[in-house]
Write a protein that binds this ligand. Sequence first.
Ligand SMILES: Nc1ncnc2c1ncn2[C@@H]1O[C@H](COP(=O)(O)OP(=O)(O)O)[C@@H](O)[C@H]1O
Ligand SMILES: [Mg+2]
Length: 506
Amino acid sequence: MNEKDIFDDGKTFLTSTLQRMILVLKASSGSLFLFNQRDNELVLSAYYNAKGFVLTDIKKQIGEGVAGSVLKIRRAILVHDIDKDPRFNSNGFEHYHGKSFISIPLFCNDELIGLINITDKVSGEPFTEEDLAFADNELKHQLHRLADQRAIIEENQCLRDKIAKASRGKFQNITGKHPRMLKIYSLIEAVASTRATVLINGESGTGKRLAAHAIHNCNPEERKKPFVEVSCGALTETLLDSELFGHVKGAFTGAFRDRSGRFEMADKGTIFLDEIDSFTLPMQVKLLRVLQDGEFERVGDGKTIKVDIRIIAATNQNLQKLIEQGKFRKDLYYRLNIINIELPPLRERVSDIPLLVHDLIIKHAKQLGKDVRSVSAETLERLKRYPWPGNIRELENVIERAVILSQGPVLELHDMPDHFHNVEPSIHVDAELFPDVPDDKLRSVARDSEYRHILDALNVAEGSRSKAAERLGIDRTTLYKKMVNHGMIKVKRSRTAKASMFPAEA
Ligand SMILES: Nc1ncnc2c1ncn2[C@@H]1O[C@H](COP(=O)(O)OP(=O)(O)O)[C@@H](O)[C@H]1O
Ligand SMILES: [Mg+2]
């Protein structure tokens, strides 16, 4: 973030602070001076009086009038009657015709950034010591917030720059540097140079569609060819049939003319079949034939069409389970599953959340034309602890909504949906990792925050106690004791207490 941005940021922020102080103190006017270090001068950046709010660019040299004294003594001053105060140099303050005055220097992290003046109560009475104390405290509080915001903004910018250098490149729109994502990037690059069939697995909202696009776009040769996308789950069998394979005139009621299908459109290129699990068994047979021989017929036609197509399929279902249930053909599964890309759910790559959040803020702030740049530390912490059942799609919705609601450059907790502040987020519990924890115990977890945090950490660490302890910021022994306390580990009677929940760590 450059200096100018920080200046503008502070200006908007302090201007609203000034307005609020004028209202609370029932003052007739107020002004905000910001310090320009280069020219060693104060610039009148905002002036507010009974007539309204005016922005000007009046400049004052440091040392003049009340401002000069305030800056010299570095603390707030109260003037009961300007005319009788020897410190007051009317030349510098001809814009104010007031008598009573509060003047407060603004320091942000010990650095002088400006000065606020509040002039005359509307009632005509002078300001009191209480008014001064209120204004001074209020400003100190606001300046702390400003310092925090600046720190966050700068830190985030720094983080973004680093990442832009490190983990971007080929996949501009896929964010993430979790080891599992890095593996996926290599896999995408590797398959992009082939025409092999790819099966993408992952819960809804994990980026399957994004990955499919990346595979196609990654290879400059492939990118020139067609890429056709079909959301198979949205169509009935009949519609999907004619959508994929096309039909001839009269093939069914409503088929008024010949129509080519998506497979023909995708010839020489790639077809992305999303929600492949929704294929009925007869449709699976037809797809298998395209995969094996590149052949099919339009609906209602006897003429065989030959195509050369790369197929990328995606599903959020466990196809092996569907095979067991007789809903998915095993031979088709093997044909599809040549290269498998498994996208992790967001809760298993919590370390990517800050990055995703920031990229999504930038994306939506740009789209909405809003000056939002980052998120408060507290809010980010909540976002990291939430289990994200809807994965990145849900995260994106939350961020978009927050950017819309936000009134400043930093997203705050109150910009998040209610369940982020009212309810402690429930956590995902991978039952396979906790065979010894009974179900009712898992349920009661909802009331026990520590227990939940431990489970959460163990989940993310895939059962590794040292990693979970690190995540929780405690040492392994403490974690072990806590787990015993919570009944998560059965302590054997022998002297060497051993956990029964997790296999011994290497
Ligand atoms: N790694 C990622 N980085 C940035 N945005 C992502 C990422 N993965 C998913 N998204 C965004 O989340 C939303 C859902 O992604 P999508 O690819 O449609 O998921 P899926 O097909 O698995 O349901 C989209 O808006 C997408 O841009
Ligand atoms: Mg999808």
